[in-house]
Design a protein around this ligand. Sequence first.
Ligand SMILES: NC(=O)c1ccc[n+]([C@@H]2O[C@H](COP(=O)([O-])OP(=O)(O)OC[C@H]3O[C@@H](n4cnc5c(N)ncnc54)[C@H](OP(=O)(O)O)[C@@H]3O)[C@@H](O)[C@H]2O)c1
Length: 310
Amino acid sequence: MRVAQVDVADPAPGEVQIRQKAIGLNFIDIYCRTGLYPHDLPHGLGFEASGVVEAVGAGVTHVRAGDRVAYGQGPIGAYADLRNVPADRVVRVPEGVGFDQAAALMLKGLTVQYLFRQTYRLKGSETILFHAAAGGVGLIACQWAKALGVRLIGTASSPEKAALARRHGAWEVIDYSREDVAARVLELTGGQKVPVVYDGVGKDTWATSLDCLQTRGLMVSFGNASGPVEGVNLGILATKGSLYVTRPILATHVATAQAMQSAAAEVFDLVTAGKLDIVIGQRFALEDAAQAHEALKSRRTTGATVLTLD
Ligand SMILES: NC(=O)c1ccc[n+]([C@@H]2O[C@H](COP(=O)([O-])OP(=O)(O)OC[C@H]3O[C@@H](n4cnc5c(N)ncnc54)[C@H](OP(=O)(O)O)[C@@H]3O)[C@@H](O)[C@H]2O)c1
């Protein structure tokens, strides 16, 4: 990665030009940088940021110059100080929500929104398993589960991360670097196991996650922090109890402007109601994005990471 100077054109019809204030770092940025999710080189990185509208292109009516805005799931290239973004990705940031929080919740918060409200709609009486509970998506999930009355069993790789997840609403946290996750889930649920597992870790936790599911339970495999899940024999779903599996992505859940606006509104409402605190665990200057990637990849971060601009 290196910083490059490029010209930014005036916003085209349907685009918003944003003077960015903060950029959200996500694990998907690592997949894009390493080529797991390929893009034609050279390319920018990043999908979520916040800032102030500089100008709007023809036909854009829901925001105007001077508005505080944020976006998630934009075209790749959020690591920038000024850029043009399709207007249907852009939402207003409510009073009281800072630029750092807004930058960190548009991809991670909206992911928890669809995982908990769409992929498997939690009602409030369930006990669930959520891996990497002290991470960016994880700490949002812990708090959202608590707000719903759901008992979230998290996993984390150290006692410090486990304690952090507990402080943010996890009901129990299993240290998967030293404990037997399936055995602990069986114990914690009185032998019932869980109806749904949310797994962003991927390769290393796939088999264990299936072992934690009730008959006809749902495995939500939504990420690859340890590497992608490959070479699966579908028969495993039969032998483990007629399980379901899905591999969802945010893009298909916020495909329209209306879906994006309503999902974002739900997340912002939780923040402004004080039920969701977007925890910024660490900040790096945009120029130090390489160090930020190193920290995220080597499991040295907790909560969300933000790239800052002067
Ligand atoms: N499908 C979607 O729509 C979508 C959207 C957003 C995010 N995601 C996925 O959600 C997951 C979390 O994203 P995030 O940005 O919030 O990252 P994060 O959770 O802050 O960081 C990843 C965490 O995964 C855990 N992990 C386990 N094995 C690992 C390994 N071998 N290498 C690195 N980390 C490992 C680490 O926590 P411990 O040290 O506690 O194990 C690490 O802190 C990622 O898989 C991401 O791709 C998916």
